[in-house]
Design a protein around this ligand. Structure first.
Ligand SMILES: [Zn+2]
Length: 98
């Protein structure tokens, strides 16, 4: 993937974070934030590249199915969601984290 595309994805992610309030909806944390599908829709989007992934999250946001959770709350939430089938895990792309 080209640098410009990656840069676009990073800026799109920040914009989306801002639109969603820029903090964890559960505890109000402002660090280690992750997008979370309110209604779990699997982890397939974790395996696509960052620009495709931001498109996925934007579509979820438009559908009203996206929120921000911190890493800790996301882990807690994931643990209660269909264990073993829809496991969430930390984003594998290190410079995807802001
Ligand atoms: Zn939290």
């Amino acid at each position: 993937m080209g640098a410009a595309q990656k840069d676009w994805a990073r800026r799109a992610r920040i914009k989306l974070m801002t639109e969603l309030g820029d903090k964890c909806v559960t505890c109000g944390a402002i660090a280690e934030l992750e997008f979370d599908c309110i209604k779990a829709c699997g982890d397939r989007h974790h395996r696509i590249d960052s620009s495709a992934r931001i498109c996925f999250y934007r579509a979820q946001h438009r559908a009203g199915n996206l929120q921000i959770l911190c890493k800790k709350c996301n882990t807690v939430k994931s643990a209660s969601e269909l264990p073993g089938q829809y496991g969430h895990y930390a984003d594998p792309d290190p410079d995807w984290t802001i």
